[in-house]
Ligand binder design. Structure first.
Ligand code: SAM
Ligand code: SF4
Length: 499
């Protein structure tokens, strides 16, 4: 089959139409703009009522979110940020989950004007990793101390669903002895960021053990979407993408992730788009997105749009948009990535984010070869703002009182989808996460941390253990003896113990 023939067969119209409501999408541009205009200059009393609703861990309505997006008063903005931090603490406590992105292929049939992988970018050298190369990349990621990855693929017949299935098996198959020779390390959860697929392909991914399936809409604004994506390309089909994670839910992948590429259109509009997306998932499947991402567009080789878009988001607006998302969708995880400069990443993390990456290398095959982005600029998608190692970022967070978690237990204990979201809402899942954060952070400190990181980490772990021992939730359920026996077994060299 030629690439063109493959491309023509991807979109299944019936797998779009079944999600429409009365022939319409859940994104109504005029409606969003009307709502944003109607909520200009919200009064402080109403804003405080909305903040109270967030604190009760309830998803906000579009009108409420539009009001928050329109707040300009610095004191009120500060109150919103305080509340965002409180919401995060209530649902996720002081934990950040770490992952590494693993780029497997930069072949792509699309031509998104902001992306270095786009087909017409002749400056890019193309490669799809062989399964042996995937294993070598995985080994290098594991040797940094990582335990979860997000595998990333361009859209191409050479990186189709079968390739993704094979690569998941390759990643899960790698097991490495730790540097001390005591214990082992491996990747325990593989999330996937790949182009929209049909339900049958998504079902294959589910059976192969995919963690979360992530697709970013890029922009929710149809007019802007059409300017950036050639209409005849697969990606040019706005609706095929809009329902990508609906199809994943239908295929039984119940942890799905949404996002928008901030910088392509007005940031307030995009936040509203994300909210409507979350609400439609709740409406059709009873559960919202597992995570929400808000990557800020970074310079990409061969892309003028990536540097000159009129909608690029400055740091102040980035803080406002992250605060608004945290408040509007309080149960979902929020991901901030190494696209951000270290100072911006740190600030955004503290506004209620729950996941981040570190020691990130975007080049295809760059982990195994130890290449920084400057050294393989022809194989990266865009420029990273933060190339620090996992050890450095973990230490910075530990010094800020934030515990690193590599926990992947929820997924393996069946705490996913609606079940995990309800548990998060009730504050129960967070309790188990607290135990698993300590266990997985312990593994990292024993196996990979530098002396300075270990010192900061030990102080934090001791504090966490004191909190756990004083909390009636744990003693009341008899969880403490098991927890302490797991800690002892980790010291003896056992690994991957979770509750
Ligand atoms: N090809 C798949 C797709 O389009 O869904 C995988 C996505 S791509 C490799 C991962 C994400 O990177 C895109 O969805 C987009 O949001 C983001 N991205 C593309 N260009 C970017 C840029 N210049 N700066 C930051 N993020 C970018
Ligand atoms: Fe291809 Fe995805 Fe990049 Fe678009 S964003 S060019 S689909 S890799």
């Amino acid at each position: 089959m030629t690439v063109k023939e493959w491309t023509t067969g991807v979109i299944k119209q019936a797998e779009i139409d079944r999600y429409l409501a009365g022939g319409k999408d859940f994104i109504d541009e005029a409606g969003i703009e009307r709502e944003l205009a109607r909520q200009r200059q919200p009064d402080a009393g109403r804003v405080r009522e909305i903040l109270q609703k967030s604190l009760e861990i309830k998803t906000l309505s579009p009108a409420e979110t539009a009001a928050l997006l329109n707040v300009e008063d610095p004191a009120l903005l500060e109150e919103m940020q305080e509340t965002a931090r409180a919401v995060k603490r209530k649902v996720y406590d002081n934990r950040i989950v770490f992952f590494a992105p693993l780029y497997l292929s930069n072949l792509c049939v699309n031509n998104c004007l902001y992306c270095g992988f786009r087909e017409e970018n002749k400056e890019e050298t193309r490669h799809a990793l062989s399964m042996e190369e995937v294993k070598r990349e995985t080994a290098a990621v594991i040797d940094e101390g990582h335990k979860r990855v997000i595998a990333v693929y361009g859209e191409h017949p050479r990186s189709d669903a079968d390739y993704i299935v094979d690569s998941l098996a390759a990643i899960y198959s790698v097991k490495r002895e730790t540097p001390s020779g005591k214990g082992f390390n491996n990747i325990r959860r593989v999330n996937v960021n790949a182009a929209p697929m049909d339900i049958a392909s998504l079902d294959k991914l589910r059976r192969a053990g995919i963690g979360t399936y992530q697709v970013f809409q890029e922009t929710y604004h149809r007019g802007r979407y059409a300017e950036l994506h050639a209409p005849a390309s697969i990606k040019g089909n706005y609706r095929w993408r809009l329902y990508a994670v609906h199809r994943a839910m239908e295929a039984g992948i119940d942890d799905v992730a949404i996002g928008a590429l901030f910088g392509l259109h007005d940031w307030r509009f995009e936040v509203m788009g994300l909210l409507h997306h979350a609400l439609d998932l709740e409406r059709q499947f009873g559960v919202g997105p597992h995570t929400v991402s808000f990557p800020r567009m970074q310079p990409a080789r061969g892309s003028i749009v990536s540097e000159r878009s009129p909608y690029l988001v400055d740091d102040e607006s980035a803080r406002r948009l992250v605060t608004a998302i945290r408040l509007a969708i309080p149960c979902s995880g929020l991901i901030v990535t190494a696209r951000e400069r270290p100072s911006a990443r740190r600030e955004l993390l503290h506004l209620g984010c729950t996941q981040t990456d570190a020691s990130t290398r975007l080049g295809i095959g760059a982990y195994a070869r130890g290449l920084k982005q400057e050294e393989n600029a022809d194989k990266v998608q865009f420029t990273l703002g933060d190339q620090r190692s996992l050890d450095e970022v973990v230490r910075e967070l530990a010094e800020d009182g934030v515990i690193t978690s590599f926990c992947t237990a929820g997924y393996r204990c069946g705490r996913t989808g609606e079940r995990i979201m309800t548990m998060l809402e009730k504050g129960v899942e967070g309790k188990y996460c607290k135990l698993n954060a300590v266990l997985t952070f312990r593994e990292f400190l024993n196996d990979y941390a530098s002396p300075a990181t270990r010192e900061a980490g030990e102080r934090l772990i001791e504090r966490e253990i004191r909190e756990i021992e004083a909390d009636a939730f744990f003693s009341g359920r008899g969880l403490l003896p098991l927890f302490s026996s797991y800690r002892e077994r980790l010291e003896q060299g056992e690994r991957d113990l979770y509750m």
